[in-house]
Ligand binder design. Sequence first.
Ligand SMILES: C[C@H](N)C(=O)N[C@@H](CCC(=O)O)C(=O)O
Ligand SMILES: [Mg+2]
Length: 363
Amino acid sequence: MKLSKLRLARLKVPLVTPFKTALRSVDHVDDIVVEIAMDNGMVGFGSAPATAVITGDTHASMVSAIERFIWPAIAGKNIRDLNEICRLIDKSMIHNSSAKAAVEIAIYDLWSQSLGVPLYQALGGGIAKLKTDITISVNSPDEMVADAIKAVDLGYDTLKLKVGKDLQLDIDRIDAVAKAVGPDIRLRLDANQGWSAKQCIQAISAMNRAGIEFELIEQPVAAEDISGLKHCTEQLHTPVMADETAFSFAQSLQLMQNQGCDIINIKLMKAGGISKALNIADAAAVYRLPCMMGCMLESSIGVAAAAHLAASRYQVIEKIDLDAPTLCQFNPVVGSVAFNDATITLNQSPGLGIESIQSLAYL
Ligand SMILES: C[C@H](N)C(=O)N[C@@H](CCC(=O)O)C(=O)O
Ligand SMILES: [Mg+2]
C-alpha cells in the first residue's frame, strides 16, 4: 500500500453570489486538487484554495510546493505509516500551509479507505450529522437584510455577518439584520481584522446596550494584534474568537495558555492539514476552550475533510462554519459528504467517499 502516483488539477466552481469580506471579494471557488494513487489502485483526494491575502498561498506556489518539496518527501511511503508521512509533509518546507493541507487530506482519505471506514470513524468516531451557519457577505445594509432573510427562509438559525469595512456602516448593517431576523436567530460577526480593539469594544458594547446580543465576534483586530484580541476578550461579555491570529498549533496553544481569546476557529488550510488541526482540537479540549471548525471559500473536497474532523472531535468543536459548498452554484463532487443548506451529513462509505469529481482540469 505504497504512495505511487500524484496528479494535480484545478477546480473552478461559480458562486451563487459574490463572496465579500473585509479582506477580499471573489465570485468562484478556485482550488488546486490533489489526487494520490497507491500501488493497489486506491485513489485519495485533497484540495486547497489560493487565499493569498490570508495564508499567502497562490495556485502557482501550491503547485510548486507540492511538486518540488512535499510529494518528493512522501512518494513511495506506506500508508500504514500515517504519522511518519504527516511528519515528512510538515518538515518538507516551512509555511505553505494550504499546500500541505491539500496533500494531507488526500493522505487521510487513503488511510481511512485502507481501513475500510469513513474518515471520522478512523479518527475515533463521532456524530455523523452537523449543522452549519451561513455567511452573509459584507454589502449595503439592505442587501445584507435580503440575504439574511433568504437564509432564514432556507432554515438557517445561525448567520455569520461579515463586517470590518467601516465602523459606522458596520453598525448600521448589523442593526438592520438584527431587527429584520429577530432575536431567535443567532448572530456571529466576523470583522476579518477590520477593527481596532477600541472600536470593537465600543461598537459591541453599544449594540449590547441597545439589546442586540451576539453568539461571538470573530477576529475583530489585525492578526498580529495579540494583545488587542486579549483586551477585547477581557472587556466584552460577547465571546471573542481567534481566526487569523490562530494559524499554527504553536499560535493556538499560546492563545490557550494566555487566555487570549474565548474560542478558536480551526481551519485545515491555516493549520497545515488534518494532523495539526487535530492537535489544536485536542489541546483545546485540555484547556477547555471551545472551537469552531471553519473553512475558506473552498471546494467540498476540503470541506468534507473538515466536516469529518469536526464530527470526530464533537466534544470540543462546538460550532461549525462549513458553508462554502452551499455558496456554490453546484457541488462538483459525486458521493462523499452531503451539504444540504444548514445540514451536513457525512458519508458512511470508506474515507471521504468521493466517487468522482466533475469539472476537473488536470495540470
Ligand atoms: C467561508 C467561511 N464561512 C468563511 O467566512 N471563511 C473565512 C474567509 C474565507 C475566505 O476569504 O476564503 C473566514 O474568515 O472565516
Ligand atoms: Mg474568519
